[in-house]
Design a protein around this ligand. Structure first.
Ligand code: PLP
Length: 368
């Protein structure tokens, strides 16, 4: 179906940006270092500076970033990792592929892990807490850091969708012992294909990550432990160096759209809240709506594409159905009410007005 207002628009509209992107690719083709080339180092340095961390390791995808982050902390068989049930499945896949066991803790209305329930599930096997900055909104990192420190646990941020988000000026990725980003094309800071990054302040973790990214080798030859090929293409890094210049504008635009929706939809649905000191990047603008499925149908009929991220809670995927009994009533309720509405930076004022009025109309509210 051809939507009048698509959920996302990944085409590059601005001719100047398009030209810069093509030039960056051309430079890579000229020097010919196609994987882990000089632009990768520049990209890693840029991310470290921006996020306020010592080290960045560019990788193939956010999934790789998560998996290698866990591996770099020696998380494996016999270990438990506490996480949220509501995320892209890569979060739990990475835990399980390391051989560890995920332990799910319910969420709050913010759609992120409920910190108050974490202590109850900490056991002698717990090795790490893996919160997800779902929708591009930071979890309560002060409290999470405190829980992790008090219990001698690692804190790993799944910051995949939250590059650029911050809490009191500290950026996503800078709170964890190690943190993972995705730069897949859907993310706010995106590659033009698959890409990701792992960040840390710890020299040992960094060195381990460098080896794990390269089949577990040192000196690119001697394998110390089995691992994958997590290397990043130079072309992706080169194009993201261009994209980075325009990132702040995109975030500003998304925040303006969010603020418009907050002002126009608050009497119809539950809008995402930005708590004091937090700066969200609105990877998605996710509302909590009554009669969600009917609303989604109604929006489709008016040419508006929406998405449910994600319709199946992680523990309920076929791959994980036989896991232990879990108690996640809030997530079970919210998963039937969440809806991501278009909020990308290419939308016009008329577009977002149309979205807002269509939602208002569905709930019998006056047009604005
Ligand atoms: C996008 C995303 C991932 C995975 O990133 P990929 O680059 O697609 O592998 C993991 N976790 C969350 C929360 C994400 O949003």
């Amino acid at each position: 179906m051809n939507y009048q207002i698509p959920f996302l628009d990944l085409s590059v509209k601005d001719p100047i940006i398009k030209k810069e992107l093509l030039e960056s690719v051309s430079n890579v083709l000229t020097h010919g270092r196609l994987v882990l080339g000089p632009e990768v180092e520049m990209f890693e340095k840029l991310i470290s500076e921006y996020c306020g961390v010592k080290y960045t390791v560019g990788v193939n995808s956010g999934t790789d970033a998560l998996y290698l982050a866990l591996r770099s902390l020696d998380i494996g068989p016999g270990d438990e990792v506490i996480t949220t049930p509501l995320s892209w499945i890569a979060t739990v896949n990475s835990i399980v592929l390391c051989g560890a066991k995920p332990v799910f803790v319910d969420i709050t209305n913010d759609l992120t892990i409920n910190n108050n329930l974490i202590k109850e599930v900490i056991s002698s096997k717990t090795k790490a807490i893996l919160p997800v900055h779902f929708t591009g909104r930071l979890c309560d990192m002060d409290q999470l850091s405190e829980i992790a420190n008090q219990n001698g646990l690692y804190l790993i941020e799944d910051a995949a969708p939250a590059f650029g988000a911050s809490y009191r000026g500290a950026k996503a990725g800078s709170f964890g012992h190690v943190s993972a980003f995705s730069m897949n094309p859907m993310k706010v800071f995106n590659g033009y294909g698959e890409a990701g990054a792992v960040v840390t302040n710890d020299t040992n973790i960094y060195e381990r990550l460098m080896s794990l990214r390269y089949a577990g080798t040192i000196n690119k030859e001697d394998c110390q432990e089995p691992s994958l090929n997590g290397r990043i293409d130079t072309v992706q890094a080169a194009m993201m160096l261009v994209g980075f210049k325009y990132l702040q504008n995109k975030i500003v635009k998304r925040r303006e759209i969010a603020s418009y929706y907050n002002n126009t939809l608050g009497d119809s649905v539950i809008c995402p809240k930005e708590h004091d000191g937090y700066f969200n990047v609105y990877y998605t603008y996710t509302i909590i709506a009554d009669r969600r499925d009917d609303l989604q149908e109604h929006l489709i009929s008016k040419g508006i594409e929406t998405k449910i991220q994600h319709p199946i809670l992680m523990p309920y995927h076929a791959a994980y159905k036989n896991s232990n009994k879990i108690n996640i009533p809030v997530a079970e309720n919210l998963v039937n009410r969440i809806l991501c509405i278009p909020s990308h930076e290419n939308l016009t004022k008329q577009d977002i007005r149309h979205v807002a009025n269509t939602i208002r109309g569905f709930y019998g509210k006056q047009k604005i």
